[in-house]
Design a protein. Structure first.
Length: 500
């Protein structure tokens, strides 16, 4: 596969060769230099994508489950074969280190593999003789044309959490990836074509808010999946549902990790550093806040600092690099501003990443691992999702105080507890008001056969992503009640049907 400095749409099985009214810029985060330009779709381009997807949907929904699954298996094989190539593409445009990008593609592959089991997942129910010689059964059918709007932080994985299931269920799909790192979606479109997917079943339109609004308003699109910040998730949900669409919109997070006094502090230190600084903190499941109970902070803090000092920060494709740059200049400026705010708000900045410079990459978007102690709830660094390599320690006296702090937070994506007390862990998993819970594990992202999603302002809509809920989101149920003709006609009856 080849890479281009002009990245354009993929519609009806081929690269877009029509007119492009506007282009956006794509930068290399490690250098800060311009790397490519990406086409920005307008309503006319979205119309064309929907037209092609609608035409393809009529045939694709009638393709047998067996044939659909064979295409999924072929795509899965190609993604596995090109895993490193896809990961390198992610690293060049996102900035995350190669090992992390490889892990991202692997987690996307898990959903592709889950979708390969669709015949089992789509089985309905059958009841014989619900009434005299009457049978009843349920089926699930595709929606038609569906769309995904995906974020910059997981340009390969998050789309793969959407389109394999949607396509396997018999829908056609329009992907609007982040304009910050668009190339990997086009590479996946090429792999779909090589796997034998019919033209028009998978389409990619690039762009900014204009493309998003065109998708949300288009009457030919039946459902929209979204992952991003909470304000945008709320906008997507409100706008999409107002247009009559089914919407799942996953929003932001402020994930806490409770450490009880009896916890294995070596394990807790490893976990907090890994979960806070992996992918430069640009994960919706990153640990942002360590809630240290009792005297834990004084014992845990030196262990965390010791590990921070060994981290190697550098370009994502550099051998041995553990943490790369932030993805955009705007995010770089935002993170620096929050470090300034935290100091002004009275928190103790015990590890300061503001002065970090990577030799040979002085214009890159690098911020070093940063650590605040004695953070007070209510300050901006506590309440806001910073989305960078910034870990905060909040000290509390008791388990009950820690639980109350977490349950009062408007975000409820992921949470973790570290303890050797099984009773405390079991109590926590039942009492905490968060969608995904880790016990002695900091990033509780479920496997593909469980669904991913938070509570409160971390999710708008009823359906979580992938797993059985993903299958339900991309299909709708139908119940059939049938009686086959026989010689014994019952005559006319105007009463309400009763099962006898």
């Amino acid at each position: 596969m080849s890479y281009s400095t002009d990245i354009t749409h993929w519609i009806d099985g081929k690269a877009w060769d029509g007119r492009v009214e506007r282009w956006g810029d794509v930068f290399n985060p490690a250098t800060g230099q311009h790397a490519a330009r990406v086409a920005c779709a307008d309503a006319a381009v979205v119309d064309r994508a929907v037209e092609c997807a609608t035409k393809a949907a009529a045939a694709w929904r009638s393709v047998s489950l067996a044939a659909r699954v064979r295409t999924l298996f072929a795509f899965r094989t190609l993604v596995e074969q090109h895993k490193r190539e896809l990961a390198e593409c992610v690293t060049r445009e996102h900035g995350k280190v190669l090992a992390d990008a490889m892990g991202e593609v692997t987690r996307g592959l898990e959903v592709i593999e889950f979708a390969c089991g669709l015949p089992q997942l789509l089985k309905g129910e059958f009841s014989e003789d619900v009434s005299t010689e009457v049978d009843s059964y349920s089926i699930r059918q595709p929606l038609g044309v569906v769309a995904g709007i995906t974020p910059f932080n997981f340009p390969a994985m998050v789309p793969m959490w959407m389109y394999p299931l949607a396509i396997a269920c018999g829908n056609t799909f329009i992907l609007k990836p982040s304009e910050k790192n668009p190339s990997v979606s086009v590479l996946c479109a090429k792999l779909w074509a090589r796997a034998g997917l019919p033209d028009g079943v998978f389409n990619v339109v690039h762009g900014d808010k204009a493309a998003v609004d065109a998708i949300l308003a288009h009457p030919g699109i039946q459902a929209v999946s979204f992952v991003g910040s909470t304000p945008v998730a709320r906008y997507i949900y409100d706008t999409g549902t107002s247009a009559g669409k089914r919407v799942q919109a996953l929003g932001g997070a402020k994930n806490h990790m409770v450490v009880l006094p009896d916890a294995d502090l070596e394990l807790a230190a490893d976990a907090s550093v890994s979960a806070a600084y992996g992918s430069t903190g640009q994960r919706c499941m990153a640990i942002s806040v360590v809630v240290a109970v009792g005297d834990v902070a004084d014992r845990l803090l030196p262990r965390i600092r010791e590990r921070i000092h060994t981290l190697k920060v550098g370009p994502g494709l550099e051998p041995g690099a553990e943490m790369g740059p932030l993805s955009t200049r705007d995010q770089y400026t935002r993170v620096l501003s929050y470090l300034d705010k935290g100091v002004a708000e009275g928190a103790e900045l015990v590890e300061d990443g503001r002065a970090l410079k990577v030799p040979g990459h002085e214009q890159g978007y690098f911020v070093g691992p940063s650590l605040f102690d004695r953070v007070r709830p209510g300050t901006s660094i506590y309440t806001d999702e910073i989305f960078g390599p910034v870990l905060e320690i909040v000290r509390v006296a008791t388990y009950d105080e820690a639980l109350q702090l977490i349950n009062a937070n408007p975000y409820a994506n992921g949470v973790a507890i570290f303890t050797n007390d099984g009773g405390a862990a079991r109590r926590f998993q039942n009492e905490v008001q968060v969608g995904m819970v880790g016990i002695n594990l900091p990033i509780p992202v479920p496997m593909a056969y469980y669904s991913f999603g938070g509570w409160k302002q971390s999710l708008f809509g009823d359906a979580h992503m992938h797993g059985r809920e993903g299958v339900q989101f991309y299909t709708r149920g139908k119940v059939v009640t049938a009686r086959w003709p026989d010689p014994r006609h019952r005559g006319v009856n105007l009463g309400f049907p009763e099962m006898t």
